[in-house]
Design a protein around this ligand. Sequence first.
Ligand SMILES: Cc1cc2nc3c(=O)[nH]c(=O)nc-3n(C[C@H](O)[C@H](O)[C@H](O)COP(=O)(O)O)c2cc1C
Length: 330
Amino acid sequence: MINLKTSYLGIELSNPIIVSSSGLTSDIGSLRRAQENGAGAIVLKSLFQEQIIAETELIQNMDLSGHPEAYDLIENITKDTTLSDYILMIIQAKKELKIPIIGSINCISNGDWVEYAKKIEDAGADALELNLFIPPLFHKTSRELEDLYIDILTKVIDKVSLPISVKIGSYFTNIYQITNRLANAGASGIVLFNRFYNPDININTMKLTYASPLSHSDELPHVLRWIALLSGTVETDFAATTGIHSGSDVIKSILAGASAVEIASVIYRKGFEFIPKMLSDIKNWMVDKKFQELSQFKGILSETELMNSTFERFQYIKALSETANSMKYF
Ligand SMILES: Cc1cc2nc3c(=O)[nH]c(=O)nc-3n(C[C@H](O)[C@H](O)[C@H](O)COP(=O)(O)O)c2cc1C
């Protein structure tokens, strides 16, 4: 009997496939479809700190001369409207659905949004994912920027008793350091790596455009490398995100040491109905390899298990010369 259960952030999931924070998790109908198609959990679309600030600023720019008291009132109403829609969705999701619901806040600095974490907890969310990206600043050192990540996490942890995961990008000089600091500061899980919305250039119109927001499977190896390097070393759970497009990609992530995966692009392309196919592909592989449980193969290809530095090899030259014949690079 094949069992796909996994433990992530101290929560038992029926399987490791989590629908990642995105437009796919922004309304109750989609959340229902995620559950119906067998998702192990859902991370809700992020509540954006910037969005709340922007809405508030818009109102601050309104001409309310003669009614100064209205500024505070409207500012609070704006924050509360954005937040209350979010809270209502969590309450409804918790009432209707059985799978774990993870709230998400996208934050770029400290601020009173930390209060929102408490409201998300009170609404019944099972955990909270902090989607953290502090934009690089010319006048700040890397250490100062990294301190902000820790500061934000610490402030949220002080407010709530929910398990907190932190979703980060890979733009750090020393990922060992930042992930270890986040784990020591109390992160129950770390999600590697957020995929940023990138610009592109149209050479015909010579205008700025945007690159595709959707990933491809060939983006996964970068994530696998870091999950494999960190999972046996940094004491927290890891979830893989970016480039997971098949059951095989989920298996790879678990072999590298992930407890779960967070997927968006593959569902945008193939629909929620593709989740059952991914789950059955994982099961078939497990039957073939004679595994009954994920724990039997989780992390067996992590760096701590392999101890052969393969994942630490970043430069091409050796890899290419070793595999030159099969890869036909020469
Ligand atoms: C349209 C779209 C919207 C997204 N919105 C969010 C968001 O609100 N918060 C967040 O943490 N990640 C967001 N993401 C990132 C996804 O959660 C996911 O981590 C990323 O797309 C990589 O996974 P994938 O390769 O399966 O797409 C979004 C992604 C897409 C494509």
